[in-house]
Design a protein around this ligand. Structure first.
Ligand code: SF4
Ligand code: F3S
Ligand code: FES
Length: 250
């Protein structure tokens, strides 16, 4: 390779990651920002960057990853102030200086790790986000009921939620009131309301979400839809539910 070709080769960026460190279970721990410097690699994601730091610089750094493919929802964190799935964020799309913090609203485990699953389970139990089908005798020979493909598609679209918590972290209402079920809760319920196998009526749904902790708490701030990594039609579903519940409450 000629000297000029070497001169023209792109130099790798040095990245600075400012990470909020805090372990609430350790009485000696105080919240503080810690700086780490790493060399950027080709196609580096934040998952790779954090793993690099944990393996080579600081084994105490805590963060969550399972699938590394935007499927499990466990790696959501605040990336330069915006909730995102860290395994899907390429460092080349970020500036040299990156600030990472845990999602607000959820119980902090430590550093970038939060307990979204505990909150999601509580929300699911509170809203009863499972199919309330009519009790029937089990008949294994019964032919499966047909569903209109367009309706099945709408239900499937809402079922794509990975419970990452980004919509809650971005929502102003959720930051003000912790009993708000959030876009994720409302979208879960909208999914069952669409399902013709669910026997619940709008009266039943009104009992679950017909107040300020439910659909009337939403102030249409729209951040939920902006940050949802699965691009769920959250605003359309919330607006639809709000109209139905308002009619129910008259
Ligand atoms: Fe995440 Fe979107 Fe589900 Fe909210 S609705 S939890 S942002 S996938
Ligand atoms: Fe929050 Fe989304 Fe409503 S951001 S206020 S749930 S539109
Ligand atoms: Fe599963 Fe990021 S690690 S969504």
């Amino acid at each position: 390779m000629s000297a000029s070709a070497i001169d023209d080769a792109p130099t790798q960026r040095q990245l600075t990651l400012n990470i909020l460190r805090y372990d609430p279970r350790n009485p000696a721990s105080k919240p503080h920002m810690q700086k780490y410097r790493i060399e950027e690699a080709d196609s580096m994601t934040l998952f790779i960057a954090l793993t690099e730091i944990r393996e080579h610089q600081d084994s105490t750094l805590q963060f969550d990853f399972v699938c590394r493919a935007g499927i499990c929802g466990s790696c959501a964190m605040m990336v330069n102030g915006r909730p995102q799935l860290a395994c899907r964020v390429l460092t080349r799309d970020l500036p040299d200086e990156i600030t990472l913090a845990p999602l607000p609203f959820f119980e902090l485990i430590a550093d970038l790790s939060v307990f979204t699953g505990k909150w999601m389970r509580g929300m699911s139990e509170r809203l009863q986000t499972w199919l309330h089908a009519q009790e029937r005798e089990i008949d294994l020979c019964r032919i499966e009921e047909r569903m209109d493909p367009d309706l099945a598609e709408q239900i499937y679209e809402l079922d794509r939620c990975i419970e990452c918590g980004c919509c809650i972290a971005a929502c102003g209402t959720a930051q003000m009131r912790h009993d708000f079920v959030g876009a994720v809760g409302l979208a879960r319920l909208a999914r069952f309301r669409l399902d013709p196998r669910d026997t619940r009526t709008d009266d039943d749904y009104y009992d679950l979400i017909g107040d300020d902790t439910g659909v009337f708490g939403c102030m249409s701030l729209l951040a939920c839809q902006d940050v949802c990594p699965k691009s769920l039609p959250l605003q359309t579903q919330i607006a639809f539910l709000r109209r139905k519940m308002a009619a129910q409450g008259l």
